[in-house]
Structures are given as structure tokens and as C-alpha cells.
Design a protein around this ligand. Sequence first.
Ligand code: SF4
Length: 436
Amino acid sequence: MPKVGFVSLGCPKALVDSERILTQLRAEGYAISPDYAGADLIVVNTCGFIDDAIEESLDAIGEALAENGRVIVTGCLGAKGDIVKQTHPQVLAVTGPHALEEVMQSVHAHLPKPHDPYTDLVPPAGIKLTPRHYAYLKIAEGCNHRCTFCIIPSMRGDLVSRDVGEVLQEAENLVKSGVKELLVISQDTSAYGVDVKYRPGFWQGRPVKTRMVELAQALGGLGVWVRLHYVYPYPHVDEIIPLMAQGKILPYLDVPFQHASPRILKLMKRPANAENNLARIQGWREACPDITLRSTFIVGFPGETEPEFNELLDFLRAAQLDRVGCFAYSPVDGASANALPNAVPGEIRQERLARFMEVQAKISADKLQGKVGKTLSVLVDSIEGDTVVARSSADAPEIDGVVHIDGAENLKPGDFCQVRVTRVSEHDLWAKILSR
Ligand code: SF4
């Protein structure tokens, strides 16, 4: 049984942190060593409140290093910049206070968990409800915005970003278990890390910022498709477009614009509502000509006038988005938008929805038609009789179209291949296989 020694310093809050770490260590099958000599690793939970406490903590780390040599540091001193690493560069890892998951990650990295024949029946990637070759990767829960049509923050609370090291470890496990496409999701993917001030986490022994761009960069190194969903057009979104152009992540951006009229966007309290989205879209296309843009919209929002609706249609025609979903406004119980004046009558909402879909259907059809003759890299989803059903970078599972491949043999779900598009239907493509 691997043995961990523990030194706990500081106030009652630090003591509770120590108790949680010790509880987790025991729950995972580690033994706790009462002395340095019998331990495979020492965790020192430090205090950094006053100078004396800092000195005591640094001394305790020094003693553990001298007596044992393998030391992980956690607690308040870990949050005080580089002081631990500067004084004791040999420590294996340093985390701040209340960092149970990070401490456990460091322990796992330097002293692997004992084998448990009961829990080890579960694959490292956990139990998945998606097909084996793609998986959703949830990076945060909750949302800091208060869009007036939405009740998610009241149900799920404010944004809580997952530890970036933990997210990347999960992604790595998924890839090892055969996943070929990672679909990054949250309520507001571009806000990832705002709640923790983009603090760095650790993955594969190196620091990675808790931030969408750095996360996308790291995921892009795993050698599988990476698709980002629910990205609001904050300025830093421009930084991920080069990753798409370089082929590190899929050139696919799911940006829920919801409307184009500045007044309606303000009434909706949409994040990034002051951005010039047409200019942004143009910039993204210049930087990455192959980019697929998906968005969703709401028509008939309370107060939406006919000219404002037409502004939305003009935006659609100018933006030439590839994939679009649209809903007629529906008053969700508890949404503050329900109290806004000048509700749009139900039949006008439906009529606007139909007009919206008519405009977009033509745009989407022209876009699909433009793909005939093009060579695409596709990922096989399923085999249905003689037809192989696959998806290209432009197609997210369940929500976008598919690519039907005629006459392809010996392909199975999770295979990549190259195809040439021969014809299109309203939503899907048909193609011939070129190579595997
Ligand atoms: S719609 Fe607005 S409030 Fe609701 S989850 Fe998305 S960003 Fe947050």
C-alpha cells in the first residue's frame, strides 16, 4: 500500500483542508505514515499568514525534504507567489489552499493510486453515454450572465470553472480510451477561468492557465478533433482562430448571437452585446477561410419591432452563417424578460420564425452547394446498410448535418477518411471515398 506522510500547519481552516485531503487519501486506499522514514511521499499543508508562520512552513518543508526527499506543498504559502519554489526548488508540486483536487492530482502523478479491484472495473474515462469515438468535455458549470430570457443561472448558479489540470487529464484519459473527437461545452466557454482569475493549474508537470485559449492549445496537442461550443464573441475569441487555421482545433465556432439589433441585445442583457459582430465574423473568415460558423437566434423577443426584426434578417444575409438554429421567443417561467413591455403576439412570433428560416434556408443551401467537388476529412459515426454515415469539421454530432459515403468498405465508427463531395440535400452531403 503506498504511504503518505502528512504535516499540517496553520489555522483551523487549514486543519479542515488537511482533514479533507487525508480523508480522500484513505478513501483511495493510501496508508498514512506516522513518520518521514516510512512514507513514500510527504504532503505539507502550510500557513502563510504572518512572517513567523511563513518561516515555520518553509522550515517544515525543508525538514520533510531532508528526511524524505519527496514533498508536495499545499496551503496558504502555496498561494504566495514563487516563495516555496524559490526556497525549495526540489518540491514536487505546489498548490494553494482549498485545493483538494489539485493535491490529489499531484499525489496521483508522483505516487500512483493502489489498485482497487472494485472501482478499477470502471474504465479511466468513466462511463459515457456517447458513442465510443466522441465525448463531451464539460469545463465549467453555471454562468455569470443574467440574460433576461434565461433561468440557467438561477438553477445552476454562477460560473465555476473546473481545474484545468483535471479537465486536461480527463481529456487525455478519453483519448487513451479511443475517443477521436472532444466536444468542449459549458454555459459560456469563452468565460472559462474568469472566476479563478485565470489562475494556472498543472498538467503533465507544466503550468497551464485556466483560460479558453490555453485550454484549446493544450487540447489541440492531443491529436484528436477538438470542437468548441457556446463561445461568446468576447475579444479574446480572436486568439483561438489561429489555432483553427493551423489545424490544432477544428475550424468550427458555435457562437450564440441571439439577435442583431443593439437595443434587443441590451434588453436581452447578452454578454458581449456591444461587439460589432459582422466585423468580427469577417476577421475570423480572413484568418481562417475554412471556418464553419454556427449560431442560434430568438425572434419575437418582447418589444422586438418589425424594423428590428428586419435588422436581424439583414444581419443574417450579411453574415452568411453556415449553421443556424432559431426559436420563437417563449416565456419561460421565472425569466425576467416576461415582465418586459410590448410582448410580441404568438402568431407574429411564428410568422417571424418562418420568415427567418426562409432567409437562412437559402443561405445554408447555397453554402452546402458550394461544397460539391471539395475534398473533406471526415470521421465515421455509423454504418447503415451500404452507407457509411460520417461528419466533417463542419458538422457537430446531433445538431448539424452528416456526410453519407457511398460504396465505402471496411470502415467502422471512429475511422477518419478523405472523401470528395458529389451532391447535397437540404442538410446533408453525399460523397465518394478517396482514401483512408
Ligand atoms: S443564456 Fe445567458 S444567462 Fe443563460 S447560460 Fe447563456 S450566457 Fe448565461
